[in-house]
Design a protein around this ligand. Structure first.
Ligand code: ADP
Ligand code: MG
Length: 731
């Protein structure tokens, strides 16, 4: 009998919520307590230093060493008062998650005999050289034997975790190539800022800066620690590679927005309390669609900071889950048959003067600005839909995309009927219309009347991967495990490139003597026509859409390793290089990393699947089979042949069924191992990843099918792996 499984079930069922004592103060009083934010800066830095730092943050100017020394001194004083003894550069290598290497503040005063002192200089703040040679670089560092170094990002404030001061940094090679997610993100934010400001100036000459905003929604699963530990597949791959569906799943939709289970509520409370201390404004929490699936979301903020906060929240969630005897699953598809987890990226642009560029206004001029940004988004996403898909693709997110519960593997934009009809009207307005911004013409173009009703009125289309939701776009295809930087870099980059093109067209037209409004309308009209294939308000899950999308020329590729090619296409390289976000060498190197990561993930899954089949499934099935055989023998010992045959008919059928499934499992596992061996011989990273996709991963579902059938046949008492009903319904 399987004791581990039943012990785990027993342990999990007996648990009670862990008490969380909230601070006696109000959240506003301890909010940001662990962060070296503007309030702390004003206490620990001179006014002069503080102003220079704020200028650097707001205007993107560089800080010289002298200033870094001042900041380091203030930061050290604050950190030590908070109990910190160590510091680390906190960076985002091309693996998911973050990396850190702690150093203590201690240093000799004057050589080894002079005693020690706590030291933290501007040099240590500004730049470090972690010997992080094991992080993937796609060959950049091997080829050039250049080491990687980390450099301070003053636009994301330092914070303290336990006894360590964490300083957000970029991670680059000495030859200057980005080795992380943050570097290209910052470059894309600066590119979209510049490009958008130029366009805004057509309307509002006083606009000096445009911010990119991100509001992420993090979905996740919680599983009891004991049950998790009894599932080697969960422990090693973060997803179940087998497991028959539970009789009750999410059919009744009784989990979505339902009462939060007490143990989970305690976990959520603690995550919120901790997040507040890190200045992360968590706002919503609720049950998601699948059993044991939940979501949390903060109030949106500037994109770079929001990305860092998401990474930090994921770290906090892992730690706090452990304290509550849960295991946090951020994998996009930990369980078959129920919804997977995404991380919707709500994205918008806004000016330093307070205008939301995706927010419909009250006047025609405001709405022209709104429509300008909206239509340019359509064009940007249309031109680069393949690239945007590549930016959210991964071995794990592939399970979610294209399954009938999440965005499809085709990027399209949902605008809703109202905005669609505004664009239709604009498109149909005649070229000869003398477009002056007067009341009547506004009515005619239908753009004076977008506002007010809209925000609550945008019909929702949950099947769309990229939906306009009233004052922002919601990029829903992003995976729950992902670093949002990847999607945000691509999106802000394509938008920047598009806005530059737009501004050029306007300039050319105005030089030819066209009036500004006329030039804008003229260009938008062309864009609306050209970008039409990207607009889709229908059901993205339907097969008709797949057909239709192909006809429209949208990117319909579904193979993960092949989708990565979109990064190195001529158009993508030109686009990224033209705005200085990533160069061709970096793009190629990053794809190498993506292919390697993909291969490794599938390789690990294949190994775990093979091991589980051979060491758990087949032995248990064989044992049960021999019990049945034993039973038949005994029947024959007791009854005459005819009667014994009749009475053991069912057992005999089961024995055969088990034998068939075992044989199918064995054959497929053997074939999978052979396919793996063949793939491993391939040298080229792309070829290998493609082989893992086309030749290895294809066995997973076949094998799983037979294992899941056995789970239904074999005596429950003997089955060693916690079942779906236990993993999903105990909390
Ligand atoms: P829903 O699940 O209905 O999409 P949520 O409230 O869970 O909504 O999440 C919406 C997210 O969008 C929040 O993080 C919110 O702060 C963010 N958001 C709202 N307005 C904007 C905006 N203009 N730009 C970016 N994000 C926004
Ligand atoms: Mg949402």
């Amino acid at each position: 009998m399987s004791t581990l499984r039943f012990k785990a079930v027993e342990e999990a069922s007996k648990r009670t919520p862990i008490e969380v004592t909230p601070p006696t103060q109000l959240p506003s009083e301890y909010y940001g307590k662990y962060v070296f934010n503007r309030t702390q800066m004003s206490k620990y830095l001179s006014k002069e230093t503080m102003n220079i730092v704020l200028e650097a943050i707001d205007r993107g100017t560089t800080l010289h060493r002298g200033i870094a020394d001042h900041v380091a001194a203030g930061m050290k004083m604050w950190a030590m008062e908070m109990g910190a003894t160590h510091y680390t550069h906190w960076f985002q290598p091309l693996t998911e998650g973050t990396a850190e290497k702690h150093d203590s503040f201690i240093d000799y005063i004057n050589g080894p005999d002079g005693g020690i002192i706590e030291r933290f200089s501007g040099k240590l703040l500004a730049q470090q050289e972690p010997d992080a040679s094991s992080f993937p670089s796609g060959g950049i560092r091997n080829t050039f034997e250049a080491r990687g170094y980390t450099a301070w990002d003053p636009s994301s404030p330092a914070f303290i975790i336990d006894d360590t001061l964490c300083i957000p940094t970029v991670f680059i090679s000495y030859t200057g190539e980005a080795l992380d997610y943050k570097t290209p993100l910052l470059k894309s934010l600066s590119a979209v800022d510049k490009a958008a400001v130029e366009v805004c100036k057509l309307f509002h000459p006083d606009v000096k800066k445009v911010y990119s905003y991100l509001g992420w929604e993090q979905e996740y699963f919680l599983v009891d620690q004991a049950l998790y530990a009894a599932r080697p597949d969960l422990s090693l791959t973060e997803r179940t590679l087998m497991g028959h569906e539970s009789a009750k799943n999410q059919q009744l939709e009784d989990h979505y927005f339902g009462a939060i289970p007490p143990r989970v509520a305690a976990f959520m409370r603690e995550v919120e309390l901790e997040a507040y201390k890190y200045g992360i404004p968590l706002k919503t929490r609720h049950n998601e669609v699948a059993p044991n699936q939940f979501e949390l979301a903060p109030i949106y903020g500037e994109t770079n900071l929001a990305v860092d906060q998401n990474l930090l929240v994921m770290t906090l969630m892992h730690r706090i889950a452990a304290k509550h005897h849960f295991k946090l699953l951020l994998h996009e598809k930990p369980f078959a048959g129920v919804n997977g987890s995404g991380k919707h990226n709500n994205w918008s642009l806004g000016t330093d003067t307070g205008i939301g560029l995706f927010t419909p206004g009250k006047t025609a001029n405001e709405n022209l600005l709104f429509v300008t940004f909206l239509v340019n988004t359509l064009m940007a996403v249309y031109k680069h839909n393949g690239l945007l898909k590549a930016s959210i693709m991964s071995a794990s997110n592939a399970h979610r995309l294209g399954a009938n519960e999440a965005p499809p593997a085709i990027i399209s934009i949902f605008l809703g009927t109202e905005i669609s009809s505004v664009l239709d009207k604009l498109e149909q307005s005649s070229e000869d219309d003398d477009i002056t911004v007067d009341e009547l013409k506004q009515m005619k173009l239908g753009i004076a009347h977008i506002p007010e009703v809209l925000i609550d009125n945008t019909d929702r289309n949950r099947t769309s991967p990229f939906a306009f939701t009233g004052n922002r776009f919601e990029y829903r295809a992003v995976g729950s495990l992902a670093n949002c930087s990847s999607a945000m870099t691509a999106l802000n980059a394509v938008m920047a490139a598009q806005l530059i093109d737009f501004k050029k067209e306007i300039d050319v037209k105005m030089k030819k003597g066209m009036k500004k409004e006329q030039a804008i309308f003229d260009t938008l009209r062309l864009y609306i026509k050209e970008s039409k294939p990207i607009r889709f308000n229908g059901n993205n899950y339907s097969d008709e859409w797949k057909e239709e999308a192909k006809k429209r020329g949208l990117d319909c590729e579904t193979s993960v390793p092949v989708i990565f090619d979109r990064y190195t296409s001529k158009e993508s390289v030109e686009m990224f290089e033209s705005i200085g976000v990533l160069n061709e060498k970096e793009l190629h190197a990053r794809n190498e990393v993506k292919w390697e990561t993909y291969t490794k993930k599938i390789q690990i899954e294949a190994r775990v699947l093979g091991d589980l089949c051979m060491n758990h499934i087949i032995p248990v099935a064989t044992e049960y089979q021999s019990m049945l055989l034993d039973n038949i023998y005994k029947m024959h010992a007791v009854f005459d042949k005819e009667k014994a045959n009749r009475l053991s008919k069912e057992d005999a059928a089961l024995i055969e069924a088990i034998a068939d499934h075992i044989s199918a499992i064995k054959t497929n596992v053997d074939d999978m191992v052979e396919a793996r061996k063949a793939a491993n011989k391939l040298e080229d990273a792309r070829e290998k990843a493609v082989a893992y996709h086309d030749k290895v991963e294809v066995y997973f579902n076949v094998i799983r099918y037979h294992v899941d059938k056995l789970e239904l046949i074999v005596d429950n008492q003997m089955w060693t792996l916690p079942k779906y009903r236990e993993l999903l319904f105990i909390s």
